[in-house]
Design a protein around this ligand. Structure first.
Ligand SMILES: Cc1ncc(COP(=O)(O)O)c(C=O)c1O
Length: 487
């Protein structure tokens, strides 16, 4: 057997073992716990970082990893250290490092063809593109949305959605898809002037993060360092509720705060000089500090967008694909009508936006277009991820493990109230965070107790474990955190 065939053989054997209960390990041959051999970075890592630093900016480097040695929930470095990873490549690894099911998909002839014959999907889609979409990306489409436009990254997905929103809005204003552009529109578009380049906007919220490309960056409001020196659109920013946690204990105050924000959102929709074509919102503001709001707030936004005939875009780039204990976080809200568009990336390993209304397809070809328009290889990978999520019932696992982890953190918060403040994410799977007065020190110390964990906003410790994170991993995490809090 060739080495690849051998690996596929092992992979298919491992993939065939489906544990019956969530308590059984999904990866029985995962390390039993973190392995610490040296300080991090150890000598081999230091050498490798120095080498890399000569040709690539390493100033944002967190740790140098060896992905061939990483497995399941554990990330390995170059010095023999193996850490429990609850950061997971900025919340983007769904079902574990070197997952056997994914390895099987990755080494299939279908995948090889998709990689080496990458199609320009808008012009030359491959014969089975519809099947790949239907058995993958669209199989998990949010309720009410049955079409997709695929893209490359979270920022790209959002920008594509914004463009769809603007084209939809102008088409409405013009009176329908059949009405052609005027000569003035055509000529003014070429000089970046209205009406061809219309004075419209996308409304986003304080501390939102929607990406770093030009359009998406204008809707990002989390940190100045992302935005400095970059020209931006003159688009409105509504206040995102600053809620008190736990949400249910402060229900009345939070409801008042949410109403204040809804009122201000409506005022901006009505009065902003560049009227919004859409409102974009994250179900849980992630990069901006893990800020939550209640389903009522989001229902209120849906109602406002309907009332003012603009679109409601839900950015599920970070919340999507199971982490909150639902496949899509907005399922927690119980909306009567679905969002107009839902954007996705990260754990999907592909990207794009879902929509249901065919009017969101522009009236002419080539208006929403680029060379690749997505990537069948990444779509095949997402299909395998979905199969793995279904096989191991991972959305349910995340809900159950998340509750267990949250309860453990509540106990830690009682014991170490100065270390765990504003614990949040109850009932939201493993999408949990808290504020720490010494956040950066906690993140750094976590490595010395065998845990890789990230932060969000200025003070939050954010947990973003993979969907295969189980109760025994939660126990290890809680033990590690207690060691840090005691130190
Ligand atoms: C909610 C949200 N939207 C968009 C993005 C941008 O995604 P990308 O970095 O893939 O462009 C991110 C990235 O963290 C995100 O969290």
């Amino acid at each position: 057997m060739s080495p690849i065939a051998l690996r596929r053989h092992y992979a298919s054997a491992a993939a065939a073992v489906a544990p019956e209960a969530t308590e059984q390990p999904f990866f029985p041959d995962e390390p039993a716990g973190p392995i610490l051999k040296t300080e991090i970075p150890g000598p081999q890592s230091v050498k490798a970082i120095e080498k890399l630093g000569k040709v690539f900016d390493t100033r944002s480097l967190n740790m140098m990893a060896n992905y061939q040695r990483s497995y399941g929930n554990y990330i390995a470095d170059l010095d023999g250290n193996v850490l429990l990873d609850v950061y997971a490549q900025i919340a983007s690894i769904p079902v574990g490092y070197n997952n056997p099911t994914l390895l099987l998909a990755a080494t299939s002839p279908e995948m090889a063809s998709a990689i080496i014959n990458r199609p320009a999907l808008g012009n030359f889609p491959q014969h089975d593109w519809a099947d790949i979409l239907e058995s993958g990306i669209l199989k998990v489409a949010p309720k009410g949305l049955n079409q997709v436009f695929t893209g490359q990254s979270g920022s790209d997905a959002n920008e594509l959605a914004y463009k769809a929103a603007f084209m939809w809005k102008r088409q409405h204003q013009r009176g329908g898809a059949h009405i052609d552009f005027t000569d003035h529109e055509i000529s003014s578009s070429m000089t970046n002037q209205s009406p061809g380049a219309p004075e419209l906007s996308i409304l986003s919220f304080t501390s939102a993060f929607h990406g770093r490309l030009f359009g998406s960056l204008s809707t990002t409001r989390s940190k100045a360092i992302h935005k400095l020196d970059i020209p931006a659109f003159d688009w409105p920013q509504a206040p995102f509720p600053v809620c008190k946690y736990p949400l249910d204990q402060y229900a009345a105050e939070n409801a008042a705060e949410e109403q204040r924000c809804l009122d201000e959102t409506e005022r901006l929709i009505k009065e902003w000089h560049n009227p919004p074509a859409a409102v974009v919102v994250e179900p849980i503001q992630s990069e901006g500090g893990d800020n939550h709001a209640s389903p009522n707030f989001f229902k209120g936004l849906r109602a406002l967008t309907k009332k003012h005939d603009i679109l409601f875009i839900v950015d599920e780039v970070q919340t999507g694909v199971g982490a909150t204990g639902k496949f899509w976080a907005h399922e927690h809200w119980g909306l009567e009508t679905p969002p107009d568009m839902v954007t996705f990336s990260k754990k999907a390993q592909t990207a794009g936006y879902y929509f249901g209304n065919s009017e969101l397809r522009p009236n002419k070809p080539y208006r929403q277009f680029n060379t690749w328009m997505g990537d069948p290889a990444r779509a095949i990978l997402f299909r395998a991820i979905i199969q793995e999520i279904e096989r191991l019932n991972l959305v349910e696992n995340t809900a159950v493990t998340g509750q267990y982890l949250y309860e453990g953190l509540e106990r830690l918060a009682q014991r170490y109230p100065s270390e765990v403040k504003n614990l949040r994410g109850k009932g939201q799977g493993t999408f949990i965070a808290w504020d720490s007065p010494r956040r950066d020190e906690v993140l750094k110390k976590a490595k010395s107790v065998g845990v890789n964990v990230g932060g969000s906003g200025a003070t939050a410790v954010r947990l973003r474990p993979m969907l295969i994170f189980q109760k025994h991993h939660a126990d290890l995490l809680l033990e590690g955190l207690e060691k840090i809090f005691k130190s």
